[in-house]
Design a protein around this ligand. Structure first.
Ligand code: ADE
Length: 271
């Protein structure tokens, strides 16, 4: 996979991409990450990348010309999603990360200040992503988050391949607890079942723990998670009163998941 990031602060990416899984993924040739300073495409003497807004008001707006020039220079005749990081984008979820991880080439534009000139959004960008309902001072930390979540899904990026499949959210549920040595720490013992060597029972226990944790902390996720009929019945016994998603083969709806599911991801803008 190739990733190009357009920013006026390329140094913000240096250390996050030079550590751990992202570093190793680059060394293994699984991903090639290039950061580009938008300022390099500014044509005036002062290398200006922002200007005051038409119509007045405070703050500065990122100018369109250097952003278009930068993206077009790198993209050439190639085709790939051009993603603007902004609090107005569709909200990042593990499903969105999985979708992006299937692409061969991605471009990210990091907005700054009050925003970018609307013509960038209208005529250059094909997708817009927010990492959550809060405002950062720029798209750079968001791009780091998105790239991290994508890269760890690339085959070979994690030492232990199954772990990405079992992650919180990959299954639609939160993960249950994990333990390592010592067996007893300050009088708190590791659950006996984990030492039983009985793989099927351990797997069953882990699944139940994941269901319980999700019920306690994020019951909204249960409305969308793929669950067996037995698990649904068990969750009812545990006190879950919310909706469940339609089961495969079931006519539309099953129990209505729409409201609690809140699955209102905007479709990608295709261009
Ligand atoms: N830029 C500013 N806030 C942001 C957010 N929440 N997500 C993505 N980019 C942003």
């Amino acid at each position: 996979m190739r990733i190009d990031i357009f920013t006026i602060f390329p140094q913000m990416f240096e250390s996050p991409f030079a550590e751990s899984i992202i570093k190793r993924a680059q060394e293994k040739g699984l991903v090639e990450i290039h950061t580009h300073n938008i300022r390099d495409w500014a044509t005036d003497r002062h290398k200006t990348t922002d200007d005051t807004p038409y119509g007045g008001g405070g703050g500065m707006v990122m100018k369109p010309e250097p952003i278009f020039a930068a993206v077009e220079a790198i993209k050439g005749e190639g085709k790939c999603p051009v993603i603007l990081l902004s609090p107005q984008g569709r909200v990042l979820t593990q499903r969105v990360v999985e979708e992006l991880a299937r692409e061969e080439w991605l471009m990210f534009i990091c907005g700054r200040y009050e925003g970018v000139d609307e013509r960038v959004r209208e005529h250059l960008v094909t997708d817009e992503i927010s990492i959550g309902d809060y405002v950062l001072s720029g798209g750079e930390p968001a791009a780091i988050v998105v790239v991290d979540a994508i890269v760890r899904l690339l085959p070979g990026a994690l030492g232990y391949e199954r772990s990405a499949l079992e992650d919180s959210h990959a299954t639609g549920l939160l993960e249950g607890p994990h333990y390592t040595r010592p067996l007893e720490f300050r009088g708190w013992r590791v659950p006996e079942i984990l030492r039983s060597g009985h793989h099927a029972r351990v797997a069953e226990w882990r699944r139940r723990q994941a269901l319980l944790r999700t019920l306690a902390r994020r019951p909204d996720l249960l409305a969308r998670a793929p669950l067996t009929a037995e698990e649904r019945a068990w969750l009812r016994e545990q006190g879950y009163e919310g909706p469940f998603a339609a089961e495969e083969g079931e006519p539309d709806g099953g129990e209505q998941a729409g409201a609690a599911g809140g699955n209102l991801e905007r479709p990608r803008i295709s261009r």
